[in-house]
Design a protein around this ligand. Sequence first.
Ligand code: DAH
Length: 345
Amino acid sequence: MKEKKDKIIRDLEDALSSVSNAVELYEVKAEFLGKKGCVTELSASLKTMSPEEKKNFGKKLNELKTAVEEKLTIKGKEIENRILNEKLEKEKIDVTLPGMQIKCGSPNILEGLIESLEELFMTMGYDVVEGPEVEKDLYNFELLNLPKGHPARDAQDTFYVKDDELLLRSQTSPVQVRTMLANEEKGPIRVICPGKTYRRDDDDATHSHQFTQMEGLLIDKGVSLADLKGTFDIIAKFLFGENVDTRFRSSFYPFTEPSVELDVSCFNCGGEGCPICKSTGWITVGGAGMVHPKVLSNCGYDPDTMSGFAFGFGIERLAMLKYGVTDVRMFYTNDLRTNCDRKDV
Ligand code: DAH
């Protein structure tokens, strides 16, 4: 028996040395422990043995079985480990490799324009301030010298949120009021306030129920209309080039006195007349004026010692003119082909 046992173990070791995968291992297992396997066949000889022989032989046979099983298990583990290591090697991640390049979008043209205007104004000492889009009627209208029932309210068909006290701001001018009220010393102010505004308009190529404005407010001692003109000149040249001219056209806004429309000479035809300027040579880009004394005093400023100017631009209108965009809705759709990818935007 000892010899047989040793031979089987040697044969097994031999067979296992050329096993390289689970299928081959299974075959070797069958060869030794299977129904017709050599170890199983050995147990058949038990039948013809005496009880004493059986006891001895049986013990040896069990030892052999255990040894065979152990060797098979060790080989199985070896194969498993090798497969795992190969897998790990294959899936190894080199964290030092450069990342994948993500295709960057370009900023929305309106955002780009607002940012460049903010930079311009900051060089002139202006702060950028913001106000809420859900605003009180008090700030959006009343303190701006537009009491309830004032006919000028009709020009700004407004979305009311709650009764007639809370609304979606129809202009960025309420931020003027908020800024003046918040200034406890009633000292000088230089701010611009960009932001979204809302009116009950039917959307078409030139109207949108939501649009963007940029408000400007400068308060100090001895501010005059000439200061407004100089400031507007800088903005116009920044936006449309050094060659444009500017002019004021008399107008009316309840919160300014006098009030003006801000015109630039047509940057397209140089003033000769073309479809963009509707043959007038001039293009209106915003409204402005000297802050109305009533608005100053509503906000705690003494109109006898302090004065100021204010202006308001429609950002979509500026962008449409500057970049030749023909439909305001393009600013709000996600069709990338309608977005400008110019680097200077
Ligand atoms: N808020 C005005 C509008 O939406 C624009 C405007 C005009 C703003 C004159 C001003 C201003 O600050 O002085 O039509």
